[in-house]
Design a protein around this ligand. Structure first.
Ligand SMILES: Cc1cc2nc3c(=O)[nH]c(=O)nc-3n(C[C@H](O)[C@H](O)[C@H](O)COP(=O)(O)OP(=O)(O)OC[C@H]3O[C@@H](n4cnc5c(N)ncnc54)[C@H](O)[C@@H]3O)c2cc1C
Length: 356
């Protein structure tokens, strides 16, 4: 059996890697579009601290658990458990967060321990933090470098025999696929083209309501500071901070559902990111602003991913919105099973492509 995967962001890379692990012949095509979400993504893997709802949380929680399995199978996944802190100056907010996390952690051992930290304890873990912020710390929260994880999946997929087509592919109305290397033939096709999935499927008369939600996200450098063990910081807004080794701190991100494919860092976007970052972590004021990345999250009307079969021989793995670095490695396993005509062993009903 030959499967064509269109798109090699985290969604396509994971699906192709799982398929190749099953011994299937796989071709991956990617156009290397600017604004690929996986290359811009912050890399927080902490479904337990999220406000994801009842439909998404079971998938996300399973995906968080799955990361532990993935790291044993994939060297250089870059996933690391560094812990995470919900931060606030409001005791009632922290009490609510503590209660919610304790309930979630009871059903998810990999979420780790939940504990309250006073402001001094919180600043010991993340020294740039504002002095008035207390925290609820969750020891099992993690981070991943999306760029590295994607590369690791694709390298290992290649070792497993996957081949690659570089450049734009397009469906024709008759269902055939055009590419720079000529027509691509496959028994089964998985569309994992992120925010571009809608335009890709349009020639087939399929309207999948995936739209680009722009995220602008800034990277800071703190030369000479050991940031490797700094936890993820989650204020009660949609903004956040996380760190990587080598003095790198990442501050995200705007959520712009009406941006279209506008690949620019805007003045207002930059101000929003900096204002939020420096309010939560004034200790970053003297950091070097190294770069601001732009990525298009694949958004859906109900905020849920789109996973499953559209029709025989055509499946989809997209719509990951703000959670694809967390959810796509596990979703790739499920969609690989769907592409092979198997029961994925997980209820994909909430994510069915025909629900719209
Ligand atoms: C600023 C920001 C911060 C984020 N932070 C987090 C986070 O902390 N945690 C988390 O879990 N998630 C996070 N996310 C979300 C996550 O990054 C995305 O959900 C995920 O990367 C989407 O992956 P994807 O593979 O579906 O899409 P993409 O990564 O966008 O990949 C789509 C691919 O399809 C290719 N393609 C498109 N059209 C074609 C075509 N016609 N032919 C060939 N190839 C094509 C593109 O070139 C691209 O490589 C963040 C996203 C952003 C933007």
């Amino acid at each position: 059996m030959r499967v064509l995967v269109i798109g090699s962001g985290i969604g396509g890379a994971a699906t192709a890697w799982h398929l190749a692990g099953r011994g299937v012949e796989v071709v991956v095509a990617d156009a290397a579009r600017p604004g690929t979400a996986t290359e811009a993504g912050a890399g927080i893997v902490s479904p337990w601290t999220s406000r994801w709802d009842d439909a998404l949380y079971p998938l996300a929680s399973a995906a968080g658990r799955y990361y532990r399995e993935l790291t044993t199978e994939l060297a250089e996944s870059s996933f690391e458990v560094v812990g995470g802190m919900i931060v606030s100056a409001d005791d009632a907010e922290l009490a609510e967060a503590h209660e919610r996390l304790t309930a979630r952690a009871a059903d998810a051992p990999e979420a780790g321990e939940v504990r309250r930290l006073d402001p001094a304890q919180a600043r010991e873990l993340f020294p740039a933090l504002a002095p008035e912020l207390g925290a609820v710390h969750l020891s099992g929260a993690g981070r991943v470098d999306g760029h590295q994880l994607r590369r690791a999946l694709l390298r290992d997929a290649e070792r497993r025999g996957v081949t690659f087509v570089e450049g734009e592919v397009a469906f024709r109305a008759d269902g055939t696929v055009a590419s720079p290397d000529g027509p691509l033939e496959a028994d089964s096709i998985v569309v994992a083209a992120g925010a571009w999935s809608r335009e890709l499927l349009a020639p087939l008369g399929i309207d999948l309501p995936v739209t680009p939600h722009r995220g602008q996200i800034s990277h800071f450098d703190l030369p000479g500071t050991d940031t490797a063990a700094w936890p993820v910081v989650l204020p009660r807004t949609s903004h956040y901070l996380l760190a990587f080794a080598g003095g790198r701190v990442v501050a995200g991100a705007t959520r712009e559902a009406e941006s279209g494919f506008d690949y620019r860092v805007t003045a207002a976007g930059q101000r929003e990111v900096l204002d939020n970052a420096l309010t939560v972590a004034p200790g970053l004021a003297d950091a070097t602003l190294a770069e601001t990345r732009v990525g298009f999250r694949p958004g859906t009307p109900d905020g849920l991913p789109i996973l499953g079969s559209i029709r025989p021989g055509l499946a989809v793995s997209t719509g990951f919105g703000p959670g694809g670095l967390t959810n796509a490695p596990f979703a790739g396993k499920l969609v690989a099973a769907v592409a092979l005509g198997e029961d994925p062993g997980f209820d994909l009903t909430p994510f069915a492509p025909d629900r719209f």
